[in-house]
Design a protein. Sequence first.
Length: 554
Amino acid sequence: MATHSKIAHRLPLEMLYHWERHSPERIYLRQTLQRQYDDYSWFRVADETRRMVAALRALGMQSGDRIALLSKNCAQWFIADLALQMGGYVSVPIYPTANSDTIEYVLRHSEAKAIFVGKLDDWQAQAHGVPEDLLRIAFPYPTMPAAQQWNELLAAHEPIKESPLQEPDALLSLVYTSGSTGKPKGAMLSVERYAWSCEKLVEAVGLTAADRGFSYLPLAHITERVYVYGGSLYSGATIAFPESLDTFIEDVKRCRPTVFISVPRLWAMFRSKIHEKLPPHKLALLLKIPLLSSLIKRKLREGLGLDKARVLGCGSAPVAPALLQWYHSIGLDITEAWGMTENHAYSTLNYPFRADKIGTVGRAGPGVTIRISEEGEILCRCEGMMLGYYKDEQSSRAALDDDGWLHTGDMGKLDSEGYLTITGRMKDLFKTAKGKYVAPVPIEGMLGQEPLIEQLCVIGYGMPQPLALVQLTAQAYQEERAVLERILDAARQKVNDRLEPHAKLRGLFVVKEPWNIENGVLTPTMKIRRHLLEQRYAELGHHWPADRNVVWER
């Protein structure tokens, strides 16, 4: 462990010590318990962090040991992670929705020596993935059985007196990718590269101690880890946590965040809930009336708890530009951003927000360089790059070249102002029976502008023509099926008018079962597992009825 930082930017623990010294009584974390806030000052956070380091040492943990975190977001997650840093351990966060097989794989692959377990929706199903002989420490919530309890450990140990720092180039964390195409890979993140990314994010968005954040997207995902947790550590912003899924909107309203990040599926669900109360045609009409427009917009923002938000974010998966345009029409400007685990999710962002750049993912943030290869692949270079993949030299060399460029696997184009548009994934391209390649993502972007469609996936490998699998919004089913078919087919024809003949959609297939994390179609970061749907519906295109453009799954 180092006694001081050797690099220009401050390390995460230096920020903790800064706030501990200069703002000890100021509230940092607000944990909702039984509809009340349990507030954590910077002093309390630092004190509990120091106590947990003493406890981990007493339990026999050695510097460099891998220690996993399996819990939904809560104050203890932040404090446990800070304790792992202070003790010189390597954190291994696991998605709280991960199944037992994934949990077992990550624990085995990372060689974890212990695991923190906390708020979980179905710990009984997940417990099988945690070896019986692995040391478990339970956060103070209903969770799987554990030999050690968080509150008991805090009470039993005095806080350590020293204020240690890791070496800047030390391994901070193994962050496993969501496994959308196979086994998760463990991205190795260093202390100084995480620090650089957090500092640059705070600089790019202008975060300050006056900001309020709301932490609910999985902390095992790099976006939440940098943008919310890291952003708060470097800016001094206050962070609140929801109590449960049932109280989510109520908890957002109580927090009234100034910064709020979500994913496309949740933004779409928020819109659907608004449309349940105010149908689209009625809302559009009201927004055209000058005297009512501003009142309606304010009521909608207040209804979501976002009336004080100055930064709204969207990332993790492709989002339909029409959805962002809709939010812009009600006075909520959503910054789309793009990044990967491999570069700490900090690459491009549409901030300050520009409505004319909706459809892009913004431009490179401070310190980031983006270019497009001859093959159309997006390459990224910055100081916030991973060290490589744990125990996977071959994949590491494929991802990071000798000149420091990250080969993202995403395809895109840059406009004259440097704004980036994602056009698809290199591996998502498929060849139809006609022998021509089709890029599904741009087609999905166009078709996704139909408000009745909540999620969709274009497939077509080896088929005569591509097809779109679509999941409809709950509101859509209020319409008669014949009406829905006319609307959907009109949307299909509108898209086809803009496509080359080989890429035109033969039809739309309305799926019966919603796509979610539980049934494996969505990754924990809400990305669609395209390969799974391609396998499931591989024969569909070869048996499509000649007289139908919209088919319903039986």
